[in-house]
Design a protein around this ligand. Structure first.
Ligand SMILES: Cc1ncc(COP(=O)(O)O)c(C=O)c1O
Length: 952
């Protein structure tokens, strides 16, 4: 008989079992995890603890089982009321095809993938993103679209700064904003403009034309926030005549019926793809979009997928023009966007594939017919309709009665948008039915018999779309569920996600995203909420938000948390804005210098510039730590102007710098604020709290430490924690007065709220003990890898006692010098061994950074180590001259099944190529050979290529 075992969730989340952990600790040379913590972390920052509960974490409840947590979430969900939403304003109900829900959103093959930096093992999601780009470009009539933005409002803000860069002829700081933008778009524009010295001039462009004076650009939206449909061409032409460039926000569903802005001469086009199958989710996540005409391609922020060729000449996809991106350009970056909204972009693109041009047009016609029918009935019932020409949104004028009408609609379970005391706005969407329309009429006091029924769409003939769109096979071939299911499977089979292998990407924390954590995100009680729904309908999600704020404050040691930023980069930006406003509030307007160590992530410098700061780089010592002498010198040089330091802890070099308290102290003494980048919090939770060891503000990446899956490059959530003096400067929102604070950084008050249940569940499941155990295990496993691989690939940086934190950097530079084998070769070769590569050349060129996380068990870690050791053996054979540097299994990697069947001329065997360690580990076949990135950049193609391209 065996003893009965009761498993806790933390036993399921944490990979190594007791025996495995014993072996790990033996190799690391410590007896216990606590001894490891004492050796690795500086004593001064290590939290005290009571048993296994660290200081601060006593506020967390005892851990619950998965079923108990799900019951807790159900209870919270039951406190939300999902009314029919006709609020609109950028968020619409949509019918997610079940085949997409199950095979994308609920499928770890899609949601556990990382950003496709290793394109050879990411062809599936790259193809899906290329479809997204094609969809956006086709519908907007623009030449190039990127592969998603964080939301519509930030896409608008990026469009504004793009126009400023692109308009070399205008020196004007003025930017004209149409008065009919969504309130959140206008508010995010205002937040972004101020630190950059952009002066916003608001004008009613359609009625009054362009204002006097110079300006570099103009932004408008069609349909307008008021629902008005109009011709954008006169505004665009007039602006061009005055030397200004124009960005147009456009609703993609409306563009199936209307001439797209690209055909009217727009320079940029932005918006959201939310209503393409992505639930409203109390505000997000959804994929925003940004598209430009070809002249501005190199100015586009964010990720851009392009077509290239692999080593065998076959078409292959990869991220194009990467030198534009913030991680390369740092303080010269023009945008800080890094994590985007890949999973939601994939969903929106597949929604377009499934419906095709005809299906989307059919949906649009239905929506428009409901809206014009509603407008007609209201008119016949004596209600004044403000705009006769409309797509989905009806603006009704009811002097003095608006609140009464909205309340009457709520009684009928329908939410309308209260514009002001005299106006109500009603948006129809894919889910609108005749019954809803009848309820709305009743709220206005109009009987159903008076309903005019559906009417022809109210889009004027001269604005009707005549051009074709979505004619590529990607949008015509997958109309049956069988075809779509197989397409999605075929694509995801090309990718290495966490469901097949460990993904040891340093600085990315690819840990388990447990099924129980994921479950609630698609429940209608969370997914079906409009971000502006009345507070008394959203009690459950609001309580979840406040639980999380409390728990994250405890974990980080800060006084307040905001969950609004929808990526780590946006958290950085929000945190730096808080610092900026704090200094300004004290009259310290000269404090504009941000110190950033040379090892920092590229987003740090980019965010600082966006927050109106000058970046001063602080050197690192040969051991990787911040050079305190250089820091002191820089502080002295910039004393008067010092605004802040941004420092990552543990550092991007994967070590706990022992002088962190001195660093924070030196900056504080000089009147600066300390921003601690918390992207590496996986090595701190339950051990040390940045808010207690010197930080004034930190962002956390919930999509790293707190189990939100990476989704192939988003969604993410980047909350910030602040000490109390910065609380007044947290982001607010025009539709959420309860937030207070300054301007918003994201479109929705609570950012990507619908994925917060993931983090809520993780913390509930782990409890204080489990969270601490997770951090310690992550550190132990990283140190185990460092010890085991050091003799093959020297570990570049270690801290006190030779310890690393939760990741380690393997230095290949000498090997490259000696043999010609590069980090690229090793990264690609790992795919032949069935592994995803570690992070390549960040933060140090020529190195690999490995982060195992706590979720990998010892056997998976050992298999990875075995693969790395075998690769070292291969490098030695190149070094020994047995294989040439140009023809060896590393340079030839990755190897596809197809490459085996032709003539084989290599000096190594087919077996070595594809089964280098024999047949032990399940083979994952890369779908393409090494991709030629430069070729793709020279011959830029960023939408689906014609089919003939694939036949060659
Ligand atoms: C140290 C560090 N800071 C900031 C970020 C930015 O976070 P995000 O990608 O969510 O914008 C990252 C992301 O990789 C990071 O590693």
């Amino acid at each position: 008989m065996t003893d009965a075992v009761t498993w806790n969730f933390s036993d399921r989340h944490i990979g190594p079992d007791a025996q495995g952990m014993r072996r790990i600790l033996d190799v690391v040379g410590v007896d216990t995890l606590d001894e490891l913590a004492a050796k690795a972390l500086p004593a001064g920052i290590l939290d005290k603890r009571d048993g296994d509960v660290a200081d601060g974490l006593e506020v967390l409840d005892a851990p619950l089982s998965e079923h108990e947590v799900l019951a807790g979430l159900k209870e919270l969900a039951s406190r939300n009321t999902v009314a029919t939403s006709m609020i609109g304003q950028g968020y619409y109900d949509t019918l997610t095809p079940p085949v997409l829900l199950r095979n994308i959103i609920e499928n770890p093959a899609w949601y556990t993938a990382y950003t496709p930096y290793q394109p050879e093992i990411s062809q599936g999601r790259l193809e899906a993103l290329l479809n997204f780009q094609t969809m956006v470009a086709d519908l907007t009539g623009m030449e190039v679209a990127n592969s998603s933005m964080l939301d519509e409002a930030t896409a608008a803000a990026e469009a504004m700064t793009l126009l400023r860069r692109a308009n070399r002829k205008s020196k004007s700081p003025r930017f004209v904003v149409d008065s009919d933008l969504f309130i959140q778009t206008a508010a995010v524009l205002a937040t972004r403009a101020e630190p950059l010295g952009i002066e916003l001039v608001t004008a009613n462009l359609v009625d009054d034309g362009l204002p006097e004076g110079d300006f570099f650009g103009v932004i408008l939206q069609v349909p307008g926030a008021s629902g008005r449909v109009f011709d954008v061409a006169p505004v665009i032409d007039a602006a061009h005549e005055r030397g200004a460039l124009v960005a147009v926000g456009a609703d993609l569903l409306a563009l199936t019926l209307m001439t797209p802005p690209g055909e009217k001469g727009a320079d940029a086009c932005f918006g959201t793809t939310q209503r393409f199958g992505v639930p409203m989710g109390f505000g997000g996540p959804h994929a925003g979009y940004l598209a430009v005409n070809g002249a501005h391609t190199r100015n586009l922020p964010g990720r851009l997928v392009g077509v290239s060729v692999d080593a065998d000449g076959a078409p292959a996809y990869r991220l194009a023009l990467q030198t534009r991106e913030q991680h390369i350009r740092r303080e010269k970056a023009t945008s800080n966007i890094c994590t985007a909204q890949v999973l939601l972009a994939v969903l929106a693109a597949m929604y377009a594939s499934y419906h095709g041009a005809e299906g989307l047009t059919g949906i649009a016609r239905r929506v428009a017919a409901h809206a014009s029918g509603l407008a007609g009935s209201l008119r016949s019932g004596g209600v004044e309709i403000v705009h006769a020409e409309l797509f989905d949104t009806v603006l009704a004028r009811v002097p003095g009665r608006a609140a009464v009408v909205v309340a009457a609609a709520i009684e009928r379970s329908v939410n309308l948008y209260l514009v002001d005391a005299d106006h109500v706005s009603i948006s129809c969407d894919e889910a609108t039915t005749h019954t809803h329309v009848v309820s709305v009429l009743a709220a206005f006091g109009i009987a159903a018999e008076e309903s005019a029924g559906d009417e022809p769409v109210s889009i004027p003939e001269e604005l009707a779309r005549s051009s074709e769109f979505l004619q590529h096979e990607a949008f015509t071939k997958y109309r049956t569920e069988t075809a779509m299911m197989r397409y999605l499977r075929r694509l995801s089979d090309k990718d290495l996600a966490l469901d097949r292998t460990m993904i040891p990407l340093g600085s990315c924390t690819m840990k388990l995203n447990a099924a129980a954590e994921m479950e609630a995100i698609t429940w209608p009680e969370f997914a079906g909420l409009h971000p502006f729904a009345p507070a008394d309908q959203t009690g459950g999600i609001r309580e979840l938000v406040s639980d999380l704020e409390r728990w994250l404050a405890a974990v980080t040691g800060y006084d307040a948390i905001t969950l609004q930023p929808n990526a780590g980069s946006q958290g950085e930006y929000a945190g730096l804005l808080a610092i900026r406003h704090y200094h300004l509030s004290r009259g310290d307007d000269h404090r504009d210098t941000c110190l950033i160590p040379s090892s920092a992530h590229g987003t740090n410098a980019a965010s600082a510039v966006m927050a109106g700061m000058r970046v001063e780089v602080v050197a690192c010592r040969p051991n990787g730590d911040v050079d305190l002498d250089d820091l002191r010198a820089k502080i002295a040089d910039h004393a008067e102007r010092l605004a802040a330091i941004m420092i990552t802890y543990p550092s991007t070099h994967g070590v706990y710098e022992h002088e962190i308290e001195d660093i924070c102290g030196a900056v504080h003494d000089a009147g600066g604020q300390v921003y601690i980048d918390g992207a590496n919090l996986n090595a701190l939770v339950g051990l040390a709290r940045p808010g207690k060891f010197g930080g004034d503000v930190s962002h956390l990446n919930l999509h790293k430490t707190f189990c939100i899956p990476h989704g192939g490059g988003g969604p993410g959530v980047g909350p910030i924690g602040v000490r109390s003096h910065l609380t007044p400067f947290l982001p607010g929102h025009p539709a959420a007065p309860e937030l207070g604070g300054v301007g918003p950084v994201s479109a929705a008050p609570y950012g990507s709220a619908s994925i917060l249940p993931i983090t809520w569940a993780y913390i509930k499941l782990m409890g204080a003990r489990g969270l601490r155990q997770a951090s310690l295990t992550a550190i132990a496993s990283a140190n185990y890898i460092a010890r085991r691989l050091d003799e093959y690939f020297p570990v570049l940086y270690t801290g006190a006692n030779g310890m690393v934190a939760h990741e380690c950097i393997l230095d290949l530079r000498q090997l490259t010098k000696d043999t010609g084998v590069t980090v690229d070769d090793v990264a690609k070769r790992l795919a032949d061994y069935g592994f995803h590569a570690p992070t390549m050349s960040f933060p140090v060129a020529g190195t690999l950074m490995v982060e195992p996380t706590e979720s990998e068990d010892l056997s998976e870690i050992d298999e990875f180590i075995a693969a790395m050791i075998a690769i070292r053996g291969e490098i030695d054979r190149v070094g020994a001259g047995e294989w040439t540097v140009d023809d060896n299994p590393l340079r030839g990697a990755p190897h596809t099944a197809e490459c085996l069947v032709g003539e084989w001329t290599h000096p190594y065997s087919r077996e070595i190529a594809v089964y280098p360690l024999g047949k032990g580990r399940a083979k994952v076949w890369p779908s393409v050979r090494r991709i030629d990135g430069a070729h793709g950049d020279r011959n830029l193609v960023c939408s689906c290529p014609p089919l003939e391209a694939y036949s060659s």
